[in-house]
Ligand binder design. Sequence first.
Ligand code: GDD
Length: 322
Amino acid sequence: MKKRALITGISGQDGSYLAEYLLSKDYDVYGTIRRSSVAENQDSRIKHLDEKINTFYADMLDAPSLARVFNESKPDEIYNLAAMSHVRVSFDVPSFTIKTNAMGVLNMLELYRTVCPDAKFYQASSSEMFGNTVDSDGAQRLTTPMNPVSPYGCAKLLAYNLVRHYRNAYRLHACNGILFNHESPRRGSNFVTNKVVKTAVEIKKGLKDKLELGNMDSSRDWGHSKDYVRAMHMIINHETPDEFIVATGETHTVRDLCAYVFGKLDMDYEDYVVQNPKYMRPEELKYLKGDASKAREVLGWKPEYTFESLMDDMIDHWMKIL
Ligand code: GDD
């Protein structure tokens, strides 16, 4: 019998790559999408999978819609990826963010516990949960204290703890993947990597003349979404439910990112980048570098993309599209 996977947020960057990955492993794939007034926004990343996957309208805050999806998909594996995923926007809509990213996960866990407790559950946890805590060697790992600095991070931390609690209290196979930033050509263009790459290509082609950014001194550990969805599958299928960090172990500032991308296009970023306070955050997470040694040693996971090949993939994409 084919395995059945349910992916909440299947139309997002990770949801779409995970759906492709699970189809390649012969799964039946089910997923939830949220209604949007611009219909194209709902399925632009999964249109090519139309005939191969089963999608349902649902919302993390609408428990009856989730119950219908659980009952119709009867999942063996549940990947909970749906969320309000933009950290800066979470300061503007804190209540919505906390409800969706924390109470929404509680809705999912209650359905999991009562409808299909024999299934496996993966929660998309985030390096944003660490806030500004860094170990003395300059990395974050599973033992690093978590002190989030955004409504998004606070909500993700509550969800992370709920998953651990449900695992222990109800003996469920519920796992957390703490994923550091991961990008791709499918990344929303209001996240910094795709914003920089897309605008740099537009400047190169004479379509724009400047790039407005916020804080250029923060550092992130950027990997490729394709590598990270592979890790999700390994985490959920590990014999014991557990927590894992997924990261490259390399960090770069937003400034380094600009220098690489503009340099690749034979331009100097300093001629085009201007700072706009609009893109600053009330509290900033300054530095992320993940220690994924447990995922490497226990699961045998390792990334195929480097920072440079990730950026090159995104540059090639926009050079073709624009
Ligand atoms: N989005 C954005 N736009 N970020 C900017 C800009 C800008 O114009 N200018 C500077 N930045 C800086 C941000 O202040 C932040 O320090 C860094 O670029 C990365 O921002 P994002 O790409 O928006 O990602 P994020 O780190 O806030 O959050 C992402 O990673 C988390 C994992 O740590 C998201 O994918 C989250 O959903 C994810 O959990």
